[in-house]
Write a protein that binds this ligand. Sequence first.
Ligand SMILES: [Fe+2]
Length: 291
Amino acid sequence: MSSVTIENVTGVVIESLGKHGPITDRNREIMTSLVRHLHDFCRDVKLQHHEFIAACQYLARAGQVCDDKRQEFILLGDILGVEVLCDMLTNSVEGTESESTVLGPFYREHPPVLPKGATTAQTHFDGEETVYVEGYVRDAEGKPVAGVTIDIWEDAPNGLYENHDPAQPDFNLRGRFETDENGHYAMRALRPVPYPIPNNETAGELLRMMGHHPNRPGHLHMLLAKDGYRTLVTQIYDSESRWLDEDSVFAVKGSLIGTFEPGRAEHGTDLYLRFDFVLKDAAAEQQIAAE
Ligand SMILES: [Fe+2]
């Protein structure tokens, strides 16, 4: 039997993979790379044992913060830029399709199904600005896509999502709309405002360790789905919002910035936002994956 050393321990661990049980090719690929990079990281910074224990205790605390309304590990991944990187690796853009960005920790499934043009706002806030949002959903050939469900969710003018604010009605500022036969959608909402991501627990510790602020620019979250097309998880950013160039989770992309114009008389809202989307055909997606 040979002894482990600083130099050989990485190879010893990698060679052990699958020795005592079946392992899939993907798991072997992931674990081999994980061990290699993790060991190199430890050697790089000469990670000390007390620092390893502190990291274990930190992760334990992060787990204790998680419940059905708070997913601390997504926040940590966001702060480190990992979620946006994984999203880009998953939803690569080769053509004219709309860019995706992070889902984030605030999405709730099964929002209220609303008719075209309805509002997601169930209550009023001081200083709120109403906005009429509309646009078209098309495929890569420019043909309208009917029957696309569009989930929208956003923070209230107080900077809080309803599931983190007991004062707001359930599912406030959330809704599910559908495109018509022309691929057209329309909804009423509120101008989103910048907000700090939750930073009172381990996410805050990480932000402080990195010398970062917690703020995100104002944005509307959207999730577009229809069988036969790649699901699009994205956000529309307010071109006039603060923090646009220094988003705490690195999720802003130039193609996702929208312009909030003065409202039009026929809509009766303070503001107007037009934003179109291009969905990627799922068959084209599978073809690329197979190549
Ligand atoms: Fe958000």
